[in-house]
Design a protein around this ligand. Structure first.
Ligand code: CO
Length: 218
């Protein structure tokens, strides 16, 4: 039977190395987590939250799903968001898409992939809404990359409309939403410039962000 013993060995070595370089690290962390950030990203194995932003355990609260989607009725994502905002009092919530996303590409295809197609229908909704922007691009890769960006814009807009974020803003809790995209080929994160910190700002920023995609070039 295939074993995962090698993973446990790696874990033992890692824990020992961290403890050796920073004695008491785990004990301190066990007592309390105080992350300032919530990362909502893709489940893709190439986009691990902590590594990409070079943060230690304890510094970023994480929710990942295929194609980094924020669905209004997804209680998994909403529970993470609510706990992060209301209890942990994170200051920044970032939706992190990535170019070359398999989920985004699959959403653009006609072929069937099984149950996941139901989840990716949310991304297809984004593609339908912005068909005019996508149709002007000839290359399939360009369409996919633009859809990766549009999907982040839409998910940030969805975040802004959740009762959790709306209530936080109403009671003056300063939580900022951000839209980022990660390049698999260079390891770089790009800020899509759609950060918002209030309902008014969110209402204003969304149409401008979509409008800005009109002359989109890779
Ligand atoms: Co992906």
């Amino acid at each position: 039977m295939p074993s995962i013993e090698h993973l446990l060995e790696r874990n033992r070595a890692w824990a020992a190395a961290v403890e050796a370089s920073r004695p008491g690290f785990f004990r301190r962390l066990a007592a309390q987590q105080t992350p300032k950030y919530l990362w909502i990203g893709c489940a893709d194995s190439r986009v691990p939250a902590n590594e990409v932003i070079d943060l230690d355990p304890g510094e970023v609260f994480v929710h990942r799903n295929v194609a980094n989607v924020v669905v209004h009725t997804d209680f998994n994502c909403l529970a993470v968001l609510q706990y992060a905002v209301d209890v942990l009092k994170v200051e920044h919530v970032m939706v992190v898409g990535h170019y070359g996303c398999g989920g985004i590409k699959a959403a653009l295809e006609d072929s069937a992939h099984g149950l996941i197609d139901n989840w990716l229908a949310h991304v297809q909704d984004v593609a339908s809404r912005h068909a005019a922007l996508l149709d002007r691009l000839a290359s399939r890769d360009d369409k996919a990359d633009l859809l990766c960006e549009l999907n982040v814009v839409e998910q940030v807009a969805n975040l802004a409309r959740t009762t959790i974020v709306q209530d936080a803003w109403r009671r003056g809790h300063p939580v900022e939403l951000h839209g980022l995209i990660y390049g698999l080929v260079d390891g770089r994160l790009k800020d899509l410039g759609i950060g918002v910190a209030s309902a008014a700002e969110a209402a204003q920023r969304y149409p401008a962000a979509i409008e800005a995609k009109r002359g989109w070039k890779r």
